[in-house]
Design a protein around this ligand. Structure first.
Ligand SMILES: Nc1ncnc2c1ncn2[C@@H]1O[C@H](COP(=O)(O)OP(=O)(O)OP(=O)(O)O)[C@@H](O)[C@H]1O
Length: 265
């Protein structure tokens, strides 16, 4: 059964008296516990779709529903992990993770227990009192993941969460995130530019093309888990998907050129 249902969703932005169709008629069904990766060229509307699922922005047309209920704003069933961590530098690690729980009515002692449990699941239980500036990039992203998981969301939305990290740290986090998601049975929507990363993590890779942004294809990844970024199967599938992506990008560019040349005298 599809839990997250995206139906004919379009979104335009208006700036400097111009309208830009960022996402056009997107349709996608995501099942419970699925790990979905959104891949495509810069500016094709991946983050726009993620933000609409999060309820941070509204679509112009169509609807997004979770368990049959239309999403009309943010909710505790969906949490977001951003590329730049979005942690609070004035709080220590434990209080960063505990922060989101302050609005749930859970007593303080219980909140700290939940925060600690989630920090343990990302391997940071020895750093509860550390300040954010004392952590490496990988550790900061682990805190952000623990904070998101502490709210026990059904859907984890991740916007290029590993893009700012070095290759070794990313590799460790690929293993961690696969273990965490399998353990929590959580649904993940993961935005990335990195096709290999998408194949390593995803059950399905959704391809986007630009001008305007639209969903133009999908690949089911049936490789055994846990996967590693250098597995031959991951490499082989990544090449196929990269080829498909280049093709859709070229077609979209050609289409844009045609449209532009129609406007030009
Ligand atoms: N708030 C905004 N106001 C105006 N235009 C916007 C706004 N947010 C996004 N856009 C434009 O909408 C288009 C889609 O943006 P979006 O961030 O969703 O793409 P993306 O695929 O996530 O890109 P990237 O991979 O580079 O992060 C882009 O052309 C972007 O410039």
């Amino acid at each position: 059964m599809s839990r997250l249902s995206i139906r004919n969703v379009s979104k335009s932005y208006f700036s400097r008296k111009k309208s830009l169709l960022a996402l056009s008629s997107a349709n996608l069904d995501i099942g419970e516990g699925e790990f979905i990766c959104l891949v495509g060229p810069s500016g094709c509307g991946k983050t726009t779709l993620l933000n609409m699922i999060a309820g941070l922005i509204k679509s112009d047309t169509g609807s997004i529903s979770y368990d049959g209920e239309i999403i009309s704003g943010p909710g505790p069933d969906r949490t977001v992990v951003f590329q730049d961590f979005a942690l609070f530098p004035w709080l220590n690690v434990l209080h960063n993770v505990e922060f989101g729980l302050r609005f749930t009515g859970i007593p303080r002692r219980k909140r700290c227990q939940i925060a600690l449990k989630n920090l343990k699941s990302v391997g940071l239980d020895n750093f509860t009192q550390a300040r954010i500036h004392e952590l490496s990039g990988g550790m900061k992203q682990r805190v952000a993941i623990a904070r998101a998981l502490a709210l026990r969301p059904r859907v984890l939305l991740m916007d290029e969460p590993f893009a700012a990290l070095d290759a070794m740290t990313r590799e460790q986090l690929y293993a961690d995130i696969q273990a965490i998601c399998a353990g929590h049975g959580i649904t993940v929507v993961f935005v990335t530019h990195n096709v290999r990363e998408a194949v390593c993590l995803g059950d399905r890779v959704i391809l986007f093309s630009s001008h305007p942004g639209r969903i133009c294809g999908e690949f089911c990844i049936r490789l055994p888990r846990p996967r590693q970024i250098n597995d031959p199967g991951v490499a082989r599938l990544s090449s196929n998907i990269t080829r498909a992506l280049k093709l859709v990008s070229r077609t979209a560019e050609e289409k844009q050129d045609t449209q532009t040349s129609c406007i030009l005298p």
